[in-house]
Design a protein around this ligand. Structure first.
Ligand code: B12
Ligand code: SF4
Ligand code: SF4
Length: 292
C-alpha cells in the first residue's frame, strides 16, 4: 500500500494502524463490487480497546462464559507460540467500522420486503474484503514483531445457539466495537456508530501498545432514539417479518428469514450463494449517522 512510509509504528502506533486500515480500504481491489466495479465500503472508522478492559470480563456474564477474553484468544490461537508471561494488560484490540456506501444503502432503502442486489453482493464480497483486511492487519503487525490474532479467523471461532442469549458467537465483534468506543446498540440489536448502522466490522488482538479510544457514552443504548426518548422504532417498521418490537429483537424470526427465505431468494434472483437482509439497517434515522 503506497501511503505507508510517513509514520513510525513506535512513535505513532495509533495513526500507523489507522492509516494502514484506511489505505487498504482505499486501494484494495477486494473493496470493489464485481457488479460494476464500484467501491463496497467508504472510509473506515478505527478504535482501540485495552485487553484488560473490565468489559471483556463483563461479556462473560452479558453474553456467556463461552465468550473469550482477548488473552484467552491469544493463548488458544497461538498456543506455545504465545509469548510467555503475556498479561491481559499487555494486549489491545484494534476494531474497525466499514461503512456501506450511499448507493448500496439507497438501493436497500427502496426495498420493503426483500433485500437488494447490491446489499447481497456487499454481504458476500464485502465480507471477503473484511477477511482480507483482518489477514492484512495480522500480517503487518506480525512482520513488525508484534503478537496479532484475528479471532474471527481462528480455528477456535464458533457460532452457537445459547439457551439464554440465543444465536451468538464466542467473539462478538459488535461488543468489541462497543468496548473500543465505536458505537452503541440499537433496539434492533444493530450497532449504531458515528457512521451509522449500515456497516460491517472487524477486529484484531495485538500487543502493539496503542492508546485506548475514549468511550463517549455510558449506556449501551446511548445512540438509539428508542432507548433514549422512547421514540422512533423505525427499524421495527422496516422489518418484513416483525422480528423487532419494543421488547427487542427476535433472533429466531430474523435468522429464519435471513438464512432461509433470503438465502433462497438471493440464489434464485441474483445467482449468488449468500444470506442477507439488512432492511432494518436502511431507511432508518440511524442508517448513516448517530440520530437525533
Ligand atoms: C450470530 C450473528 C447473527 C444472528 C444473531 C444476531 C445477534 N443479535 O447476535 C442473526 C442470524 C440473527 C444475524 C442477523 C444479522 N446480522 Co449478524 N452476526 C452474527 C455474528 C456471527 C455473531 C453475533 C454475536 O456474537 N452476538 C452475540 C449476542 C449475545 O449479541 P446480542 O444478543 O446482539 O447482544 C445483546 C446483549 O449483549 C445486550 N446487552 C445486555 N446487557 C449488556 C451490557 C453491555 C455492557 C453491552 C455492551 C450489551 C448488553 O445488548 C446486545 C444488543 O441488544 C456477528 C459476527 C461476529 N462475530 O460478531 C454477525 C453480525 C452481528 N451481523 C451483522 C449483520 C450486518 C447482520 C444482518 C444485517 C444480516 C445481513 N448481513 O444482511 C442481520 C441483522 C440482524 C440485526 N437486527 O441486528 C453485523 C453487524 C452490523 C451492525 N451494524 O450491527 C455483524 C457484526 C457481522 C460483521 N462482521 O459485520 N446475525
Ligand atoms: S431505527 Fe430508531 S429505534 Fe431502531 S435502532 Fe435506529 S434509532 Fe433505535
Ligand atoms: S435483518 Fe431483516 S429480518 Fe432481521 S431484524 Fe433486520 S429487517 Fe428483520
Amino acid at each position: 500500500m503506497s501511503r505507508k512510509k510517513a509514520l513510525s509504528i513506535k512513535d505513532h502506533p495509533e495513526q500507523w494502524v489507522e492509516e494502514r486500515i484506511k489505505c487498504f480500504i482505499a486501494e484494495s481491489e477486494s473493496n470493489r463490487l464485481a457488479l460494476d466495479g464500484e467501491v463496497i465500503y467508504d472510509e473506515p472508522l478505527v478504535g482501540f480497546a485495552r485487553g484488560d478492559d473490565p468489559l471483556f470480563r463483563r461479556y462473560k456474564k452479558v453474553i456467556g462464559k463461552f465468550h473469550y477474553t482477548p488473552l484467552e484468544w491469544v493463548k488458544l490461537t497461538l498456543d506455545e507460540k504465545a509469548p510467555p508471561n503475556l498479561r491481559a494488560r499487555d494486549l489491545r484490540v484494534i476494531a474497525w467500522v466499514l461503512p456501506i456506501t450511499k448507493r448500496t444503502r439507497k438501493e436497500n432503502r427502496m426495498q420493503g420486503k426483500v433485500t437488494s442486489r447490491r446489499w447481497a453482493h456487499t454481504r458476500l464480497y464485502g465480507e471477503e474484503c473484511n477477511q482480507g483486511l483482518r489477514s492484512y492487519v495480522v500480517s503487518i503487525l506480525t512482520e513488525k514483531g508484534y503478537v496479532a490474532v484475528a479471532p474471527f479467523q481462528s480455528s477456535f471461532f464458533a457460532t452457537l445457539k445459547d439457551n439464554r442469549v440465543g444465536y451468538a458467537s464466542n467473539w462478538s465483534e459488535r461488543h468489541v466495537l462497543y468496548a473500543a468506543g465505536l458505537g452503541t446498540f440499537g433496539l434492533s440489536d444493530g450497532l449504531i456508530t458515528p457512521k451509522g448502522k449500515a456497516m460491517r466490522c472487524g477486529s484484531v488482538i495485538t500487543n502493539l501498545p496503542v492508546k485506548p479510544t475514549q468511550r463517549l457514552y455510558q449506556a449501551r443504548g446511548a445512540y438509539c432514539l428508542f432507548f433514549q426518548e422512547g421514540t422512533c422504532t423505525e427499524c421495527a417498521r422496516r422489518c418484513p417479518v416483525g422480528a423487532i418490537t419494543e421488547e427487542g429483537h427476535d433472533k429466531n424470526a430474523c435468522r429464519s428469514f435471513v438464512h432461509e427465505r433470503m438465502g433462497r431468494y438471493i440464489r434464485q434472483t441474483f445467482d449468488i450463494e449468500i444470506h442477507a437482509c439488512g432492511l432494518c439497517q436502511t431507511g432508518v434515522p440511524c442508517e448513516f449517522e448517530i440520530p437525533g
